[in-house]
Design a protein around this ligand. Structure first.
Ligand SMILES: *[C@@H]1O[C@H](CO)[C@@H](O)[C@H](O)[C@H]1NC(C)=O
Ligand SMILES: *[C@@H]1O[C@H](CO)[C@@H](O)[C@H](O)[C@H]1NC(C)=O
Length: 222
């Protein structure tokens, strides 16, 4: 019996063995697992998941508190007084969990982690939603972010023209290289990934086109 089990294991396909050994991986593309690189913003449309925090980042960065602190290091904070101005969105990261609501939503804090996000809510600015890829089929631990730049409240909090590309680029340029928050120092490497997100505006919320590039951030606590 034992010998049989061992023999089966020896001849098991590499993919099956990976389930047991779970080698660290940056992320898994969502679509092979039935997921999508667009989240669900309602009405059959979605926001692009245009930034991924790699599963190869320092594990402390990939927790809820960790991503909050990292976000603060690059100029974001919790939403103004924890009031959500919009409904949560959901994403299917192809990890076997199906469509799951966002974990967090963070907004640009204009230099004041307590009150700055209230300003963001009034004047518009950059924000992102966080989804974690941690289901049984694709447990990378990576964080998929939907980053966009918004109009102010008077404009009904919609995305600015080209707001997905602009939001991503603003966030990534703030994140790249050395940053710190409350004594924790981060070093962030950026890579461009194509082939996850289709360029253009098909299925994209507000019909705003994107360039199809997803930026992969590997964040190391140094
Ligand atoms: C997502 O959030 C909405 C609004 O709060 C809630 O109605 C819905 O049940 C949530 N969905 C899941 C899968 O948790
Ligand atoms: C990555 O993509 C961004 C956004 O399109 C672009 O500005 C940047 O030049 C690209 N970087 C590389 C190394 O291709």
């Amino acid at each position: 019996m034992v010998r049989f089990a061992l023999t089966s294991l020896l001849y098991a396909p590499a993919a099956l063995l990976q389930i047991f050994t779970k080698a660290p991986v940056a992320y898994y593309p969502p679509s092979p697992g039935g997921g999508s690189q667009l989240d669900n913003a309602g009405g059959g449309l979605g926001e692009p998941l245009n930034v991924i925090i790699s599963g190869l980042s320092s594990p402390s960065v990939l927790t809820d508190t960790g991503i909050l602190h990292y976000a603060q290091a690059i100029g974001f904070s919790m939403e103004c007084l924890s009031i959500h101005l919009g409904a949560p969105q959901s994403a299917n990261l192809g990890d076997g969990h199906g469509w799951v609501n966002q974990t967090l939503e963070l907004r640009q804090d204009y230099g004041d982690p307590d009150l700055g996000t209230c300003l963001e809510s009034l004047v518009g600015g950059n924000h992102f939603r966080v989804f974690r890829q941690n289901g049984p089929l694709a447990n990378s631990g990576a964080l998929f972010l939907a980053v966009s730049k918004e109009e102010d409240v008077a404009e009904g909090h919609t995305i600015i023209p080209d707001g997905y590309n602009v939001g991503r680029d603003d966030m990534v340029s703030a994140a790249q290289g050395h940053t710190s928050y409350e004594g924790v120092k981060y070093f962030t490497i950026v890579q461009n990934v194509t082939g996850l997100l289709a360029a253009g505006s098909v299925g994209v919320n507000h019909g705003i086109a994107t360039d199809g590039i997803v930026q992969l951030l590997t964040v190391t606590v140094v």
